[in-house]
Design a protein. Structure first.
Lengths: 368, 544
């Protein structure tokens, strides 16, 4: 079982908070990696919020390839943060030669384009860069989006944090939202792209569990949208379904739960909105998920969500204090970062609800 | 000494020989009375032989005449192996035995006519599904479900499903509202009783099936549906609220539709669906056939026909293209029921099935509510044997081809796939259904197994298969009132209900280990095949 976690804070927090949230959950766990998506950045990226931020790990040749591509396509680099890594011996990390975090300005011809056109450009650019780097095995592009930073690596989470000096809290890496996970794929090959959180056009998601409808979801999603690629992990299905429901169909958030874990027909028939629910179940039957799982998602507007499978076979807990809401697979993680909270306000979501956490920390429980 | 006339037909030329044990026979005559084919008769056996008795043998001639049961050595009265004689004999004195040296295939065409019979193919009984096992079991990484404790949601769509981007939904705050019409879709049990008409079946057999359907729906909460077949529906049923369990079939003969149309103003409820039959797996491209012998007075009344052999043509007359078929038949039938009833189509599986399915999927009217594919192992009440044994297409790979064609276009699920033809052939319809669903079917259709549950003793090894003769020894496929009474309607319905309840439990027993609580449509990853050719063809894992 993976452990997943997330933090939404009124004040920017460093990655070390996320690390503490996760490492306390590592008992009996293989500690095989660290991956996080940070959103609403402060620190080094504070002044570049509107400029898409490219997060990648690659070889030296990979950097050259990306430089050429971005130049050819009119992107102008305006900022860069290169982690000053700590190469002390004995660290368990399979580090890549280069880590690149760069803000770009849009190509001139996009200056007056719509937001939707810009979003398409960012996606197409990320997909093109991914393909470019894959051809020569030159690295990985994780995200290319304004105000979003992704860091992933294979190894022991504590050592990875040491390597990137994440324990230092030097105020360079800060954000109001962090989605985090500390494990590589254990079912299939260890591939950096298979480590969640996954990212697509502002949507971030990580999942704990199995999706036994992987094949069925994958076969359907492949033709739904050009960005639904990879499928290195059965957890990617959740991200793509979330993106499809909210970004493509533009349906209200609560219907995501109806898509992935539809109500039994007998219950649908008793509801006043049965005709809508039946239409959804009919049309998106191939996006239904089965198996034990819990997900944490983050939307383009930084809203966080969490929900479970229809039988609640995997745990999750949501907790809050006045300044922060945290989600974790196990409550020990939350106890680590919020020991003084009122535990009676902790929420253990049931199989029929979707929890929405808004930017003002309002928690909304959507009953299915 | 008589010369041997080699062209004469003897019992040893027939497919079945009667094994008679005179020493156990009480001469009650029940077997002769029970044999609907006249294959046995009471005869006098004359014995005239010298007998030597006494301490000094003294020869006398003894004449004895004993009544015995004899088998007719006549093609038209050949024993079919139905075993009714054995069933009724109080003393196990008689039974049919398969004759390996039968010359029947050569003799049956003696009048220049093709062999006609019922049943299913006797040559193509290969079982692809038996080389496939459910091999992806939830172990450790994810938990199996408990088939007794967890809830399972086993429903399948019948009707045209619209893709999500084209749904007429409007957003109102946090809600979606329907702002237009969508095609009707029924969510039903993934098992449909296939189209066997009143005519092919006796009214009592048909009634037994409708009783079972009614009971399953109203007492067991399993929304099983039944297709009427092409032969009309009793008026009383059309005017009852149970009519919603029926799928009305229209085939190229349009038999029974005069009365259906006339009953429309009196229908209390819509039928579940309309099924346009284009072809049938047992006799693809050969049309329907109801021999005159079975066109009894009640059939004449129901179909509005004289006593004559009823042929449904191989094609729907006047339809010269698939586009036209869609426009004429689908639209007119949709319109007839106010676009409230799904209209589906049934075709024989064929090398061209994918093309047909593609056409339907791309039809701009989005009007086809289901694609029923019937494989070569489907049954029939009457067909030319050459069609039964030598035409058709195995269903498993064709179903898979159609599903994969839809997947390649991202259109899976829009026209539900229902597959049949041999489902439950070896007794376990649930296992067959489950595997077909994993390969892409939304549900399955069954026919032959239902009449076997009613008591049909026919099989694909040439036993009986005389559904076309009106002499059905079990009262299932006959219109002879005397024979019909052999079928106990209530017991027959009970058998069917019991089987479907077991089917339901077995389906859950297969869904639980793969960790699914709703139907695993297209979950080919749950299957493995022990036959590499099958695995390659179907795109599933090979295992050994």
């Amino acid at each position: 079982m993976c452990r997943i976690g997330s933090i939404k804070s009124l004040e920017p927090v460093p990655p070390s908070v996320a690390l503490r949230l996760m490492i306390s959950q590592q008992e009996g766990h293989d500690n095989s990696g660290f991956a996080m998506v940070m959103k609403d950045l402060a620190g080094a990226f504070l002044h570049y919020k509107n400029f898409p931020l490219l997060s990648m790990a690659c070889t030296g040749r990979g950097v050259q390839l990306v430089n050429e591509y971005m130049e050819q396509h009119g992107f102008v680099q305006i900022a860069q943060w290169v982690p000053e890594v700590d190469r002390q011996p004995g660290l368990k990390i399979e580090a890549m030669p280069r880590y690149v975090f760069r803000n770009y300005d849009y190509p001139e011809i996009y200056r007056y384009r719509t937001q939707a056109e810009r979003e398409d450009l960012l996606l197409d650019t990320r997909l093109a860069l991914r393909k470019l780097l894959e051809e020569g095995n030159d690295g990985y592009v994780y995200s290319f989006w304004p105000d979003v930073l992704t860091l992933k690596e294979i190894g022991d989470p504590a050592d990875i944090a040491t390597y990137f000096r994440l324990w230092n809290d030097d105020s360079r890496l800060l954000s109001r939202n962090i989605v985090v996970q500390c494990r590589q794929n254990t079912n299939y090959d260890i591939v950096r792209y298979a480590a969640h959180p996954f990212f697509l056009q502002g949507f971030t998601l990580c999942a704990n569990g199995e999706n036994t409808f992987f094949t069925k979801n994958k076969e359907f999603q492949k033709s739904l949208f050009r960005g639904y690629i990879g499928f290195e992990s059965d957890s990617q299905n959740f991200l793509y379904s979330l993106h499809y429901v909210l970004h493509e169909l533009k349906w209200p958030i609560r219907y995501f739960k109806h898509v992935i874990t539809p109500l039994p027909f007998a219950e649908i028939e008793t509801r006043p909105d049965r005709e809508v629910l039946k239409l959804i179940r009919e049309s998106l039957a191939h996006l239904e998920i089965n198996g034990p799982n819990t997900i944490i998602g983050m939307l383009p507007d930084s809203t966080m969500i969490t929900c479970c499978d229809s039988k609640k076979l995997r745990p999750v807990v949501v907790a809050r204090d006045d300044k922060m809401v945290a989600i974790a697979s196990e409550v020990c993680g939350i106890n680590e970062i919020m020991p003084d909270r009122d535990t009676s306000r902790d929420i253990y979501p049931n199989e029929r609800e979707l929890i929405e956490i808004r930017n003002d920390l309002e928690i909304c429980r959507w009953k299915q | 000494m008589e010369a041997v006339t080699t062209q004469d037909i003897t019992v040893n030329d027939l497919q079945w020989k009667i094994e008679y044990r005179p020493e156990q026979c009480t001469l009650c005559g029940s077997c002769v009375a029970a044999c609907t084919f006249g294959a046995i008769y009471v005869d006098m056996e004359r014995l005239d032989k010298p007998v030597f008795t006494g301490s000094v043998p003294e020869g006398t001639r003894q004449h004895r005449a004993m009544p015995v049961i004899r088998q007719r050595s006549d093609i038209n009265h050949a024993c079919v192996g139905c075993g009714m004689c054995e069933k009724i004999c109080p003393n196990t004195a008689i039974r049919p035995v398969r004759n390996e040296d039968s010359r029947m295939p050569l003799l049956q065409r003696q009048h220049g006519h093709p062999i006609k019979r019922g049943g299913r193919t006797n040559l193509n009984s290969q079982r692809t599904l038996d080389s496939i096992v459910v091999g992806r079991i939830s172990q450790m990484t994810d938990p199996a479900l408990d088939s007794e404790r967890h809830t399972f949601d086993m429903r399948a769509p019948l009707g045209r499903v619209v893709d999500a981007r084209h749904l007429p939904l409007a957003i109102d705050g946090n809600n979606l509202l329907i702002q237009g019409k969508t095609p009707p879709v029924r969510w039903i049990y993934p098992l449909i009783f296939s189209d066997m008409s009143i005519g092919a079946l006796s009214p009592r057999a048909w009634e037994a099936l409708t009783l079972a359907v009614g009971y399953l729906n109203e007492h067991c909460h399993l929304p099983v549906r039944m297709s009427s077949g092409e032969g009309g529906v009793p008026r009383k049923l059309m005017e009852s609220d149970k009519f919603r369990y029926m799928i009305l079939q229209i085939a190229s003969g349009h038999f029974g539709w005069n009365r259906i149309v006339r009953a429309m103003p009196f229908m209390k409820t819509d039928p579940c669906a309309i099924l346009i039959k284009i072809g049938q797996g047992a006799k693809p491209g050969d049309g329907g056939l109801l021999p005159a012998a079975k066109v009894g007075p009640h059939i004449q009344a129901l179909r509005g026909v004289p006593k004559a052999t009823l042929h449904s043509p191989p094609n729907h007359q006047g339809l010269y293209s698939i586009e036209e078929s869609v426009q004429k038949m689908h639209l007119s039938l949709n319109a007839a029921f106010g676009f409230r009833v799904p209209v589906a189509i049934k075709c024989a599986a064929s090398a061209t099935s994918v093309s047909v399915y593609n056409n339907l999927l791309r039809d701009p009217y989005r009007i086809c509510g289901g694609f029923f594919l019937d494989g070569i192992q489907g049954g029939t009440g009457a067909a030319n044997e050459v069609s039964l044994d030598h035409t058709g297409h195995p269903i498993v790979s064709k179903l898979r081809d159609c599903y994969q064609a839809a997947v390649a276009q991202g259109l899976q699920g829009q026209i539900p796939l229902w597959a049949g033809g041999g489902i439950g052939m070896t007794g376990n319809a649930a296992a067959d259904a489950f595997k077909m669903i994993c390969l892409g079917a939304n549900g399955v259709i069954v026919g032959k197994i239902l009449i076997q549950l009613l008591g049909c003793i026919g099989n694909e090894h040439g036993r009986c298969n005389k559904c076309n003769t009106d002499k059905c020894p079990t009262g299932i496929c006959t219109q002879d009132p005397r024979l019909m009474k052999r079928l106990d309607v209530d017991r027959g319905a009970q058998n069917v209900v019991d089987y479907v309840l077991a089917f339901d439990a077995e389906l859950r027993k297969l869904m639980a280990p793969i960790g699914n609580s709703s139907l695993p449509v297209g979950r080919s990853d749950a299957l493995v095949s022990t036959d590499r050719a099958v695995a390659d063809k179907l795109g599933i894992q090979y295992a050994c």
